[in-house]
Design a protein around this ligand. Structure first.
Ligand code: LFR
Length: 490
């Protein structure tokens, strides 16, 4: 085939979308949004959870819209791919019923299980096997906090959606690598961990690799969607970050990336995991990427800090548009107070401006009680966190990155991109904003035989179809006052 049309379901922690991706090997890949919907954690049954029934209804609505748009153009959707945030899962019983709405990784319950898990599997041993960074919400701690796992299987969120669409149970490998129970070297489940924790060996369904098919749509679902029942659901990098990194428009070999959305995932792409003591001490993760690559990165805070502030301010009756807020923040001088954007103190929802101010106070500094000052503090702190993380990644891998690619929502934030260039001292290439959906679509296109090649070829298609914006590291370029520039980022 010379070109193809694919449906991408891409759900992040704060919004989801269904897109039609058109891929042509000679002109590149383009996306059309057919459905968008909000997402967020909800308080339900005494915990922070995802309203999965609502999410799945949006997925169906989006796929129906995709089928309608495609039919209107005389096109046929060749396959469907699904990616979401990582780590979280739904428990499904033998009959296929989801027994409760899935918990969100922002729920605190997993914290109580950390010590118990570490008593059975010391953190050094976990790291040597999985290469996964410590986050208190890793699946391993969440599962250890479950009161009972009798007769159920854990399906990671994208796999859960694929199961409901196809009836087939699988665990996609890039997302499996975020569970804390995936062996980074053998690339199989770390069954010794399952055994020690008393988890059934089949707590997760068998692995599936990006590019393989879960199966075709269930007939009842196909007719609901107005799609042929032979339509396959193809595994992509179902961990959103894996799909995003697959679509980084790389032009030179040595690059760093920042997948910038709710979180900022900052790191390098490697061929082999780095499982050293030093790497563990710096809490770098070796998550699996598309084509067996390693995403060597750390989770730095992200636009969650900003969106949570906006939520608080809106509730207090203060509504300023994001562009206006960012302009006001950009007009402030550099060298203002910072927080540690990697601090788990910011993971849970609720009154973010106050938590940020109190973190600044704790550092012996003062943050003015004005939204612009808080926003500037977030941006400075993120940029500084990116620079620190990039330097650590280079030190631990012995590599150097000549350019920093920023993809995802944050690539549209000019203030953040410029501050990142300044703080890292390297050019930032920003875009595409929808890298995740593009990565999703391109892996499907390759599975369908529409594109041939490895990540290099897929990435070239992204680069040719996207307008990229380049930011050079210039101190004080977007600031109006240079009075405090001596303490500014550099
Ligand atoms: C980004 C992301 C990160 C993961 C976090 C929680 O959307 O998938 O990679 O650490 O969400 O799942």
């Amino acid at each position: 085939p010379t070109s193809g049309v694919f449906a991408a379901v891409d759900i992040g922690a704060s919004s989801g979308r269904v897109m039609l991706g058109r891929v042509c090997p000679s002109t590149g890949a383009t996306l059309e949004t057919v459905h968008r919907f909000p997402n967020g954690v909800v308080e339900l049954d005494g915990g922070l959870r995802w309203d999965f029934d609502a999410l799945f209804a949006e997925v169906l609505a989006g796929l129906r819209a995709a089928a309608t748009v495609a039919a209107g153009n005389g096109e046929r959707i060749q396959s469907i791919g699904i990616d979401t945030w990582a780590v979280d899962y739904g428990l499904v019983d033998a009959s296929g019923k989801l027994i409760a709405p899935p918990y969100s990784y922002r729920d605190e319950r997993s914290r109580s299980a950390v010590a118990r898990v570490h008593a059975l599997i010391p953190p050094e041993q976990q790291y040597a096997t999985t290469g996964l960074q410590f986050l208190q919400f890793n699946t391993i701690y969440q599962l250890a906090a479950e009161p009972s796992l009798d007769g159920v299987q854990a399906l990671l969120i994208p796999d859960l959606i694929a199961f409901l669409l196809t009836g087939q149970r699988r665990t996609e490998a890039t997302n499996a690598s975020t569970t804390g129970m995936f062996d980074a070297v053998t690339e199989e489940w770390a069954t010794e961990f399952l055994d020690v924790l008393g988890l059934p060996r089949d707590i997760f369904p068998p692995l599936i690799q990006p590019g393989e098919s879960y199966g075709t749509l269930r007939p009842d679902i196909a007719s609901q969607l107005g799609m042929p029942s032979g339509t396959p659901v193809v595994a992509v990098g179902s961990h959103d970050t894996a799909s995003a990194v697959a679509a980084v428009p790389v032009e030179q070999e040595e690059f760093a990336y920042i997948s910038s959305g709710t979180w900022s995932l900052v790191g390098l792409e490697l061929k082999h995991p780095v499982l050293s003591k030093e790497s563990r001490a710096a809490n770098f993760t070796n998550e699996r990427g598309v084509d067996g690559t390693i995403r060597y990165l750390r989770n730095v805070g992200g636009l969650w800090l900003l969106s949570e502030c906006q939520r608080t301010w809106a509730a207090q009756g203060f509504a300023q548009s994001l562009p206006a807020l960012l302009d006001a923040a950009a007009a402030l001088p550099p060298g203002g107070p910072q927080i540690n954007a990697e601090d788990p103190a910011f993971t849970a929802p609720d009154n973010m401006p106050e938590r940020i101010r109190s973190a600044v106070r704790h550092n012996g500094d003062v943050l003015p009680d004005r939204p612009a000052a808080v926003v500037r503090c977030i941006m400075d702190s993120l940029a500084a966190g990116y620079a620190r993380t990039l330097n650590d990644a280079e030190r631990l891998t012995g590599r150097t990155a000549g350019v920093v690619h920023v993809v995802g929502g944050g690539s549209q934030n000019r203030l953040l991109c410029q501050l990142t260039a300044n703080a890292t001292g390297r050019p930032v290439v920003a875009g595409p904003v929808e890298a995740t959906a593009l990565g999703n679509v391109l892996v499907q296109a390759r599975a369908a035989g529409v594109v041939i090649g490895g990540l290099t070829e897929l990435r070239a298609l992204v680069a040719s179809g996207t307008e990229l914006v380049r930011y050079e590291p210039v101190e004080a370029r977007i600031v109006q006052s240079s009075s405090r520039s001596s303490t500014g980022p550099h």
